[in-house]
Design a protein around this ligand. Structure first.
Ligand code: GDP
Length: 478
């Protein structure tokens, strides 16, 4: 995939010289007649404020399931919803399997466990819901769609490997979502296991072990040998109790779509997590742009249910089409109203696509600060080497002034990834890269979500530009 510089310029409605100048800034020496690759072209387009895809831009807002509208008297405690995060191969899947197998209740019932995207276990009579898809990507992509489903994160760190790049991402994604982190130091059975070293490393990320006077519960475990799981699960129960999670089972159900697929025989099969209210068989529900009547409900043990209360995941059949994971669902009074709502949503989406989005960009940062819309500038830093990432983080945060605080939400090494963009989108942050580029997926989602992505080669340039933007003195783009 290649394009001539001149052709790119005309598609961007810019002059050839403007594009060439932009290319030079990116370190590419090319003239108007030269051909450049798609990656470079997309970067130039992005730098010039253009979208690289023609896809619809959807503005994303965080729509929390809000119980503040329910009267205090109707609220009852609900069980926690937990996500397992951590670096690849540190044992997330093994831990989820081990917890599921250790659930005596399902064992006694002789039920066959079904993979529906989430499952529930009973810990001393107290249920806990686990999301079955580990990792922060799934977690943040749901958040990016406005869903806030998890109450607690378990961070898995392999005792023989320590903190790795995705461990840091997981920590920052959980922090951005404001959910408590419980650390499971896994693979304690391995000869090289060194939990003390990991506890030390964790302090650098603000996770200080309770035994060292901090607030983070750290549990040594072996997912393989099923050791330490009891203490870990008790820590989850304890953390949940402290959060005083509540919901109102008396109202119409609302929650989030966890998974959805098309089954040849049964049509759309959708797993929803009920977050407030009670979902009943026969209810009319709307999820994203799909409507339907709940014909049958099954839990993770394969048992048929007629109703499901808060924090219960159920697989339902009866939707008209397949909704998306992360879509919110609501039970509504009647089907006609549901269809009207869907129409309304489609209209809203159209309107949102043509309306300017309120994402923060360096260009309008100053006016947003002036109007009091921005009190904090969130930044995600990606660099080719750790030293640069650290240096940029420190220098950027020093730019904070009484009007606006500069906060680096995440910094790491490597290409700008889709999960960086999603984190930026949900946190209304901008992304800066040093000698790194966004990968294809990241570029697409940056364009879709209108996230400001800036590439630099020298720290000095970045700091200067940020400082200028904060003072409203950013020189106009060429
Ligand atoms: P994930 O990528 O984080 O989901 O990691 P997996 O659960 O797939 O585990 C990665 C590898 O580590 C697999 O080969 C597991 O068998 C192994 N593993 C997981 N937990 C333990 C453990 O507690 N002890 C040992 N020795 N190996 C483990």
């Amino acid at each position: 995939d290649e394009i001539a510089v001149g052709e790119l310029a005309s598609r961007l409605k810019k002059t050839g010289a403007e594009v060439v100048r932009q290319l030079i800034k990116l370190g590419v020496m090319a003239s108007v007649s030269d051909v450049i690759d798609y990656d470079t072209a997309a970067l130039v387009a992005m730098e010039l404020g253009a979208k690289v895809t023609k896809e619809v831009v959807v503005t994303i807002e965080e729509r929390l399931i809000d119980v503040s509208a329910d009267s205090e008297a109707d609220l009852v405690p609900r069980s926690p919803v937990v996500v397992v995060m951590g670096h690849v191969d540190h044992g997330k899947t093994s831990l989820l399997d081990a917890i599921r197998k250790s659930d005596v209740v399902s064992g006694e019932a002789g039920g066959i466990t079904q993979h529906i995207g989430a499952y529930r276990v009973q810990i001393k009579g107290k249920p806990i819901t686990f999301l079955d898809t580990p990792g922060h990507e799934a977690f943040t992509s749901m958040r990016a769609r406005g869903a806030m489903v998890t109450d607690i994160a378990i961070l898995v760190v392999a005792a023989d490997d320590g903190i790795m790049p995705q461990t840091v991402e997981a920590i920052n994604h959980a922090k951005a979502a404001n959910i408590p982190i419980i650390v499971a130091i896994n693979k304690m059975d391995k000869p090289g296991a060194n939990p003390e070293r990991i506890k030390q490393q964790l302090t650098e990320y603000g996770l200080v072990s309770e035994e060292w006077g901090g607030e983070t519960i750290i549990c040594p475990i072996s997912a393989k040998l099923h050791q330490g799981l009891d203490s870990l699960l008790e820590a989850v129960v304890l953390t949940a109790e402290m959060r005083e999670l509540k919901a109102n089972p008396k109202r119409a159900a609302q929650g989030t779509v966890i998974e959805a697929r098309l089954d040849k025989g049964r049509g759309p099969v959708t797993t929803v997590l009920v977050q407030n209210g009670t979902l009943k068989q026969g209810d009319v529900i709307i999820a994203g742009k799909a409507v339907g009547r709940v014909r049958a409900m099954t839990d993770d043990k394969g048992e048929k249910l007629t109703q499901a209360g808060p924090s219960v995941p159920v697989e339902i059949i009866g939707m008209s089409e397949v909704p998306g994971a992360g879509d919110l669902f609501y039970a509504v009074a009647d089907e006609r109203m549901a269809r009207e709502l869907v129409m309304q949503r489609k209209e809203e989406e159209k309107a949102a696509a043509s309306a300017p989005s309120h994402k923060v960009t360096l260009e309008d940062l100053f006016s947003q600060i002036q109007q009091g819309e921005v009190k904090e500038l969130g930044i995600i830093v990606k660099a080719d080497v750790q030293g640069t990432a650290e240096a940029v983080k420190t220098s950027l945060e020093k730019l904070s002034n009484p009007e606006v605080r500069v906060r680096v939400i995440h910094s790491g090494v490597g290409a700008i990834s889709e999960s960086d963009i999603m984190l930026a989108s949900t946190s209304n942050a901008i992304v800066v890269g040093f000698n790194v580029r966004p990968d294809n997926a990241a570029r697409d989602s940056a364009a879709r979500a209108n996230v400001d992505v800036r590439m630099y080669r020298v720290i000095y340039d970045c700091i200067n530009e940020m400082e200028a933007a904060m003072k409203g003195m950013l020189s106009p783009k060429f």
